[in-house]
Structure formats: structure tokens, C-alpha cells
Design a protein around this ligand. Structure first.
Ligand code: ATP
Ligand code: SF4
Length: 803
């Protein structure tokens, strides 16, 4: 279908468009036009991806600036999905335009997923693959090989092959899904990972994970050459604040310190060896440092440093490396002293929470280590590894982590905290200390993105309340919208169940969550829903610990035996492979008619990106509200920070966070307009939190369907499932309610134009007013009284799951 938004011709690869897609595209265009940021919440399964791609590609190809598109998503499967949609779009454009455009669209994922090396590619851990690859692509070694001084076998041939190709055309124009990229590179004998990395400045669109643009350690290497007028899109951005925080946080444990000591000793031995064989190398490095040269001045173009500076480029000191760490042996003993200091700090048996400033003061008192040289630790270590021409860099991973920590702790002050936890759990008696350097301010890591790129669109199916993101991430918006879902039939049935059939209130509140009557009522709810749900059903718990305890209680009550009669029971575990196996079995059981119920946790892998479309998910049951573990010290520190600095109250944040994850779980079962499903919110407290649901879910929640008991919910769901299972009437679609053909779209546009002319507005402006779109400001005026008391203690592993 071809249509215009203002003067921009859009080629849309489907014969029909959903009204919300059109409204969404108008708003995205508005953001790009005025060079501002947008926060947009679009219902699940309403074709957000293709709407974003169709609009941004049209924009890029039509206007002379040809602004590059940076599309960031969350998981590899989502990136792959976007690449496939992009391919579909470009095929359609070629058909409509009568020629294939000169367009290159590539996706980037980690080396682990793209490596073709027969040995490295088999490694399971991403960090190991990265380190091994760095050794095989070492720029210094490459030079020696080319000069005939080293054996070519020590390098990766897939990487070396790239040097034989035209650097401006390592891969011909086109859109490549990951599979197509791998196939092409296999055929050419080139490395897919570096093909994409090197072609990024020449791509029209790059689709990759947020980390590549947010995490300074990666962004400086991968995204530094992207042009400044690029259009940046963060899709599935409901967790973006956590990604920002993780980028600048790190944990140190005793094992890491031991390995760092070994690394420092090895490095020391290497220095001695080099001194004996070729002392001029170290002297040369020293002289360069005295002359004020920095690592960036010494690296050759094709060379990558051993480690990137973990801090934001704007925070890197533009000064010479301090004299005290210029000599290799001085630097190593400096690092050793720092590691020993950390080891003594770890011996404390009570929790310590301190600011970076007080940590540095204490460090100085005990060891005379100054802040300044600490700031240069990561760069200095990277230079030394280069000078020593070390190739077994895996040995120094922990030392690298300690250098990263040194640089971070000495650079950042506000918005950061150090928390030393001597015991893993509250009841543990054997110490297992962890020193956590935690960032509490998500706006720090994302600031360079907002500073550098004029248009940043943050979007997801669940980011209510929308004004929370601009506050937490500290940016201004030009558009902030939440779209309702247009439907020509009821496609989903949200139900709030607050009590069992015996009228006992149900809730996962800490005080009552293990009460046998509550557990039994939750069990009965599950049992009854299992009986009436066809095929697949997904159940979400607030945490692994609660899930385990409730499952064992259900087992004792005979509930699981009853469930078993109707469906296969599968459970998500923290182990990714086990969960993948459970999911595979689940799908098989849904396909062959046995039906299955998957017990999983909110914030877990299943809730964050697995789609249960059609018969894979007809009911989603949310047992309790997935609040974070409020006793976590990191969370407490962050809450305090948000309150003091961004005036976000603790309870507002906790309930926003819980509800975004609950909504994310609910959205799993509705994957398109022809899909249907029941969404059960089983907790008394959902009554008060109702207004915090995304607009599209709240819109489907009728007053008659809140505050239900189990039997009432079952009656409502039974009726709904019976009606929704009837075949779709194609005539319904022709009414122009939930889909528009071109005539319906044009007639809508004409009507809009008339209204606009009368009001003196432009098309896009009025779209929101007429599309049942709300500004979040008025949809979330909820009172969040006494919430802290109600917030629950779940488990620390919820936090781990999130990480
Ligand atoms: N106008 C349309 N007509 C028919 N199918 C469409 C249309 N737009 C999108 N689709 C299809 O609908 C499906 C769902 O789209 P998509 O996965 O992009 O949804 P989404 O909004 O990104 O969902 P989520 O954000 O929850 O992942 C896709 O298979 C897509 O190809
Ligand atoms: S260069 Fe490419 S193929 Fe070679 S080890 Fe690294 S990721 Fe693997």
C-alpha cells in the first residue's frame, strides 16, 4: 500500500494498515521532523516494527539528508525479526518502485553468535569467545605475520580475508538476516562479525542491541563513527533504564581478586622477560608516556586496544598519564597494592554502604593511592599489554576487571554507590563477600546518546506511565503517546481476580503469601483455568523462590495431580538451556493437542521476549504483583537516589516497575489482531494498580471484570473463549474499524484535513486527538498510598534474573 504522511510518500508492505500504525507513524515522523525525542507506547502485536521501519526508511530515502537509521532492540531473536521485516519492506519497495534501491541493512550481534572460526565458534561463553577472538585478531600480531616474522596460523583466517576485499564493499548492498549474513560470509571465507562492524558507517540501517550504543566499553568501539544526524530508535525499551545502569555497574568477588593477583604476577614476569630480551620496548613506552602520548596516539588504525575505557568519552581526562604509573613495574605494583587493599576490605563481616568519595579517602589513608592514577588504570593496563605483546589475554581478564573498577570508582561520584555485602543471603553463616559498585542514575549512561543524536524514539508495548522515562533518563520529549488498540471484536479479556471462591482474598503480599488458604486459592484458580483453556497456558510468579515454595505446597495439596490430568506441566528455571528445553516441550505439547502449562517468573527469560501466539498461549495467569525485592540494598539506594534527585517517590517507582513487568507478561499471549487470549491478574492489590496498566490493556478491562472471585472469573473466561474461538468473519474487517484499506485511509486523511484546515493544524497534530491516543500524564493520576508496606519481600534471585 502506498500513502502519504504530509509530503512523505510511504510504501507499506501490507495491503491494509491498522489505524494505530498510522497514528504511530505520524508521531514518529513528527519526532524526526522537529529533531526531538519521543516516548511511544504501542499495543503488543500491532505491527510496531514494520511501522517504524516503513516510516524511517521512507524518510531516509525521500529526503536529501539520507539520515542513517540506528534501530536498537533487546534480544537476538527480536533483532532477527526486525531484519526479516526490513527485508520484506525492501522487497516491496523494489517491486513498487520498479528498481532495487542502493540500500544496505545489517544486524549486529555478539561474536558468540556470529563467529565462524571452527574452534572459537564452539565456545559456549561469550566472554571466552571475545577474548579468544581478540587474540586471533591482534593487530600487532597481524603486522608481524604480514612482515613474515610470525606464523599466519596464529591469526584467524576469516578475519584476515577481509583485508583482501574492498573495504567499502565487504558485503554487497541488500538486507541480510543473521542466517543470510552467515551464509554469505561462509561462502566468501570472511568473518561475519567484522564484516558488519566495518560496514556500519556505510549502512543505511543498523539493527543491534542497546548495549552497542549505551555501554561505553562497547559503544566507543562499535558506534563511534555513526553520523550525528542519525535517527535512533529504541524498540522494546521498557527496560532501558536497567541497561543503562548495568553499563556502569560492576561486582567484585574474592575469586576475581585472586585471579587478578595471579594476572598481576604473570604480567610482572612478562615485564622481567621483556626487560632481558628487549628492554628498549619498555623504555620506548615510557618515553612516549613522558612525552604525554596517550594510547589512542599509539594504536594503529586496524588495531583494537586490549580494553576500552569503561567511562563515557566526555569523562576521560585529557591529560598525560601520571608519573607514578608510567614505568611498567611501578604500575604493576600500584595495581597489586590496590588489589591487596580490596582484599582487606572484603574481610569485613558487616554490610558497608559508602560513596565513592569515602571509599577513595579510606584507600588513600591506608595505601597512599591517589585518585588521579586510578582514573588512568584501564588505559595504562591496556597500553602495557600492548607493549608486552601479550597474546594470551584471557589470563588477564580479572586484572582487566579490577582496572575497570579502579577507573570507574575514581571517575564517578554522584549517582554511584559502593555496597559491600559479606554474605550471599541474610541467613548465610559462611561469608562470600561481594563488593558492588552500583550506578543509580540511568541518565548518565544514556546522556551521550541524547546529546549526540537529535531524534531518539523510545518505544515498547508496555512503558506506562510514559512520563517516568523522561524523568528517569533526564530528557525532553516532543511526543509522548500511548495508543489504544482498535479491534473489531474482543480479542483479549483482562480479569482482576481478588478472591477465591471461598471469598478469601488472594495476594502475593509477603505477610500472607504462604498462608495455606491463599496458596490453595491460587491452586484452585490454576486448576480451573487449566480445565477451560484450550492448548497453551502460561503462569507467571513474582520470583523463583515463591514459585518453588508454592509448587511444593500445591504438590502436597494434590493440586498438581489434578492439573496434570489436563495439561503437561513445565517449569522455567534460571538455567537458560533447561528453560529452552522446557519451551520446546511446551510447544510440542501445544501442537499435538495435549496442551501444556508453563510455570515461569516475571522478569525471567520467558516473560522478556518469548511469544505465545495463538494456541501457544490462550491464558496468561499472573500470580501476584512482581514487585522487586525491596530489602535489596541496591534497590534501596536507587530508590533513595530517585527520590532525592528526580522527585520520584519510592512507591511510584516500585509500582511502575512492577506494573511494567506485569504488563510485559500479559502481552505475551496477544501477538496480533487475529490472536485472542485471557489475561488474569490474580492479586487483590491489582485493584488499586489498575490505572497503571498500559492504556491498551486498561481499555479492555471492563468494570464488570474487576474484583472477581475464582468462579466468576471462570464463568467470564469460559464465555469469552467460546466466542473468541469462532472463525473470524472477513466482513468485520471491511468495516474499517481495526484495519484500513487504502480507500479507508485516504478518506480518513481527507476528513482529517478538513478538520485541520478548520483548526489550523497539520495532519500529524490532529491524529492523536482523533485516534483515542492519550498523553500519559492524564492516564496515571493514581494515588500510591502506603505502598511500601504492601510491597513485598520476594527473593534476591528476582534481582539476579533481571540482571
Ligand atoms: N498492517 C498489517 N497487516 C497485516 N499484518 C501485519 C501488519 N502490520 C504488522 N503485521 C504483522 O503482525 C505481526 C506482529 O507484528 P510485530 O511483531 O511487529 O508487533 P509488535 O507491535 O512489534 O509486537 P511486540 O512489540 O509486542 O513484539 C508481524 O508478523 C507483522 O508482520
Ligand atoms: S575474527 Fe570472526 S571468525 Fe575469527 S575468531 Fe573472531 S569472530 Fe570468530
Amino acid at each position: 500500500m502506498k500513502f502519504f504522511i504530509d509530503d512523505l510518500p510511504i510504501l507499506f508492505p501490507y495491503p491494509k494498515i491498522y489505524p494505530e500504525q498510522y497514528a504511530y507513524m505520524c508521531d514518529v515522523k513528527k519526532c524526526i521532523d522537529v529533531g526531538g525525542n519521543g516516548v511511544l507506547e504501542m499495543p503488543s502485536g500491532t505491527g510496531k516494527t514494520i511501522a517504524l521501519l516503513a516510516l524511517s526508511v521512507a524518510y531516509q530515502m525521500y529526503y536529501p539528508e539520507h539520515r542513517k537509521i540506528i534501530y536498537c532492540s533487546r534480544t537476538m531473536s527480536e533483532i532477527e525479526k526486525a531484519l526479516i521485516e526490513l527485508e520484506k519492506l525492501m522487497d516491496y519497495r523494489a517491486k513498487e518502485l520498479g528498481h532495487v534501491e542502493n540500500f544496505r541493512g545489517l544486524g549486529l550481534t555478539s561474536r558468540k553468535n556470529l563467529c565462524l572460526h571452527p574452534v572459537v565458534g564452539k565456545e559456549k561463553k561469550g566472554t571466552v569467545v571475545d577474548e579468544m577472538c581478540r587474540r586471533l585478531t591482534n593487530g600487532q600480531l597481524g603486522e608481524k605475520v604480514r612482515a613474515g616474522e610470525a606464523n599466519a596460523d596464529e591469526l584467524c583466517s576469516w578475519h584476515e580475508k577481509l583485508y583482501e576485499k574492498d573495504p567499502a564493499n565487504l558485503i554487497p548492498p541488500g538486507v541480510y538476516s543473521f542466517q543470510q549474513l552467515l551464509d554469505y560470509c561462509k561462502q566468501e571465507g570472511t568473518c561475519p562479525y567484522f564484516t558488519v562492524r566495518r560496514m556500519m558507517p556505510l549502512c543505511n540501517i543498523v539493527i543491534y542491541s542497546y548495549h552497542y550504543i549505551i555501554d561505553p566499553k562497547v559503544a566507543v568501539r562499535v558506534s563511534k563513527d555513526l553520523s550525528k544526524d542519525s535517527i535512533v530508535i529504541f524498540d522494546e525499551a521498557h527496560n532501558i533504564d536497567n541497561v543503562c545502569i548495568e553499563a556502569l555497574s560492576m561486582d567484585i568477588d574474592e575469586d576475581m581478586l585472586q585471579r587478578a593477583t595471579r594476572g598481576a604476577n604473570d604480567l610482572s614476569r612478562k615485564v622481567d622477560q621483556v626487560k632481558k630480551v628487549d628492554s628498549s620496548r619498555l623504555q620506548d613506552e615510557y618515553e612516549k608516556l613522558v612525552a604525554g602520548l596517550r594510547e589512542s596516539d599509539m594504536l594503529k588504525e586496524s588495531e583494537e586496544p586490549f580494553m576500552e575505557n569503561p567511562i563515557l568519552p566526555s569523562d576521560v581526562l585529557q591529560e598525560a598519564i601520571p608519573g607514578s604509573i608510567r614505568r611498567a613495574e611501578h604500575f604493576i605494583s600500584f595495581m597489586k597494592r590496590f588489589i591487596e587493599y580490596l582484599k582487606t576490605r572484603m574481610k569485613v563481616l558487616h554490610v558497608i554502604s559508602e560513596t565513592p568519595t569515602s571509599f577513595l579517602q579510606h584507600l588513600k589513608q591506608l595505601t597512599y593511592i591517589d585518585r588521579k592514577p586510578l582514573r588512568f588504570c584501564s588505559e595504562r593496563l591496556s597500553m602495557l599489554v600492548r607493549t608486552l605483546e601479550v597474546s594470551d589475554i584471557e589470563e588477564f581478564t580479572s586484572l582487566k576487571d579490577i582496572a575497570t573498577f579502579a577507573t570507574l570508582v575514581s571517575t564517578y561520584e554522584n549517582g554511584f554507590m559502593l555496597i559491600l555485602e559479606p554474605y550471599e543471603t541474610e541467613n548465610a553463616t559462611v561469608p562470600n563477600p561481594i563488593l558492588r559498585f552500583t550506578c543509580m542514575d540511568a541518565s548518565i549512561a544514556i546522556k551521550p546518546v541524547f546529546d549526540r543524536f537529535p531524534s531518539v524514539v523510545i518505544t515498547s508495548g508496555t512503558i506506562s506511565p510514559l512520563d517516568m522515562y523522561p524523568r528517569m533518563l533526564n530528557f525532553d520529549t516532543v511526543v509522548q503517546e500511548s495508543y489504544a488498540m482498535t479491534l473489531d471484536r474482543r480479542a483479549f479479556l483482562p480479569l482482576i481476580v481478588t478472591k477465591g471462591s471461598d471469598q478469601v482474598a488472594i495476594s502475593s503480599r509477603f505477610e500472607i503469601r504462604n498462608d495455606p488458604s491463599v496458596v490453595r486459592n491460587y491452586g484452585t484458580l490454576l486448576m480451573e483455568f487449566v480445565k477451560i483453556t484450550p492448548d497453551g497456558m502460561v503462569v507467571f510468579f513474582p520470583s523463583y523462590l515463591y514459585m518453588e515454595s508454592i509448587i511444593s505446597m500445591w504438590q502436597g495439596m494434590g493440586i498438581l495431580d489434578e492439573v496434570w490430568k489436563y495439561k503437561l506441566i513445565l517449569v522455567e528455571t534460571p538455567d537458560a538451556q533447561e528453560t529452552a528445553l522446557a519451551l520446546e516441550t511446551y510447544r510440542k505439547a501445544c501442537l499435538n493437542g495435549r496442551g501444556a502449562v508453563l510455570l515461569s517468573v516475571a522478569r525471567g527469560k520467558v516473560s522478556e521476549g518469548i511469544d505465545f501466539d495463538h494456541y501457544y498461549g490462550r491464558t496468561v495467569l499472573m500470580i501476584g504483583i512482581p514487585f522487586q525485592y525491596t530489602e535489596s540494598r541496591i534497590l534501596k539506594a536507587r530508590l533513595e537516589f530517585l527520590r532525592d534527585n528526580y522527585q520520584i517517590r519510592e512507591n511510584d517507582f516500585l509500582s511502575f516497575d512492577a506494573m511494567r513487568h506485569a504488563a510485559q507478561c500479559l502481552g505475551r499471549v496477544l501477538r496480533g489482531k487475529d490472536d485472542y487470549g485471557v489475561m488474569v491478574l490474580a492479586d487483590r492489590r491489582f485493584l488499586r494498580k489498575r490505572s497503571q496498566l498500559p492504556k491498551w490493556i486498561a481499555q479492555g478491562l471492563l468494570d464488570a471484570n474487576v474484583n472477581l472471585s475464582t468462579d466468576m472469573a471462570i464463568a467470564a473466561a469460559k464465555k469469552f473463549l467460546r466466542t473468541a474461538a469462532q472463525p473470524l468473519n472477513p466482513k468485520d474487517q471491511e468495516k474499517g474499524v481495526s484495519v484500513w484499506n487504502i480507500e479507508q485511509l485516504q478518506s480518513y486523511q481527507k476528513q482529517q484535513k478538513k478538520i485541520n484546515d478548520a483548526n489550523g493544524l497539520n495532519d500529524a497534530d490532529s491524529m492523536s486527538d482523533n485516534m483515542d491516543v492519550t498523553s500519559e500524564n492524564d492516564s496515571n493520576k493514581d494515588d500510591h498510598k502506603n505502598d511500601l508496606n504492601n510491597n513485598e519481600k520476594s527473593t534476591a534471585d528476582v534481582i539476579q534474573t533481571t540482571a
